[in-house]
Design a protein around this ligand. Structure first.
Ligand SMILES: Cc1cc2nc3c(=O)[nH]c(=O)nc-3n(C[C@H](O)[C@H](O)[C@H](O)COP(=O)(O)O)c2cc1C
Length: 229
């Protein structure tokens, strides 16, 4: 996606002029990990979502913005911030700053689109790293007073765009799709209601790949219309 190689918070791709009569369109955050660039089937789907949308769209390209894994110092700072009332040191603030930034991007959006290819039956590690950044106790989820959990990202929509080489729509392979299952569950855990658009079997049925991507694009156009994006 051209013009998208910037952190989400600084990338208003297009901001329509405000007209008092028109209700504001939802703000969309597209988070994608599509390292094959122009060759990427998944990027074509994410780009299609962006092109169909008329409202404000921000992009987070996880290939360009590489997020660290949660190592011991980051974990210690995050735990102190999320689970105690103690003030953080300057160093600790620096360590949790990327987590806070990505949490704020999610909280600022009405619709969060997560686009990635299936890798080894799951989401690529870069997507997991992003999830590990945004699942912040007290900001995106919390313990419920009576037990269980509360999603704090309420009233927002999640959209998962995923492409796969094989097919996962029937047994025995359906149980191997941990890519959409895990990301869906995590977004739902945070309180988002989630829709999934997949283009499957792109390597298994190469002669049908173009048609399958086009079908996914039609589903995306319909979804964008339904969401009022
Ligand atoms: C490292 C790697 C692992 C993959 N693992 C799987 C997999 O477990 N299941 C599958 O169906 N396809 C797998 N694929 C195929 C991709 O999911 C498929 O080609 C996808 O459309 C690629 O998306 P892209 O064009 O956006 O890169 C894998 C591809 C790569 C590069």
């Amino acid at each position: 996606m051209t013009n998208n190689n910037h952190p989400a918070s600084s990338t208003p791709l297009h901001q329509p002029p405000h007209t008092p009569s028109a209700p504001p369109r939802p703000r969309t955050l597209i988070v994608h990990y599509t390292p094959r660039g122009e060759q990427s089937n998944t990027r074509a789907l994410a780009l299609h979502f962006k092109e169909c949308a008329k409202g404000h769209v921000a992009i987070l390209d996880l290939e360009h913005t590489q997020l660290p894994f949660l190592n011991a110092p980051i974990l210690a700072a995050y735990t102190k911030a999320a689970y105690t009332a103690q003030p953080l040191t300057e160093d600790e603030e620096t360590l949790v700053a990327p987590l806070k930034k990505h949490v704020e991007e999610v909280l600022a959006a009405d619709i969060v689109v997560l686009a990635f290819p299936m890798w080894n039956f799951g989401a690529p590690a870069a997507v997991k790293a992003w999830l590990d950044h945004v699942l912040w106790k007290g900001k995106t989820w919390d313990f419920a007073p009576g037990g269980g959990y509360l999603g704090l990202v309420k009233g927002k929509k999640g959209v998962i765009l995923c492409t796969t080489g094989g097919s996962y729509d029937a047994p025995p392979m359906n149980k191997y799709d941990h890519a959409t299952a895990h990301t869906r569950d995590v977004l739902q855990f945070m309180g988002l209601s989630v829709q999934i658009v997949m283009a499957q079997g792109l390597n298994q049925f190469p002669q049908e790949a173009t048609a399958r991507i086009e079908k996914a694009k039609s589903e995306i156009a319909a979804l964008v219309h339904k969401l009022g994006v």
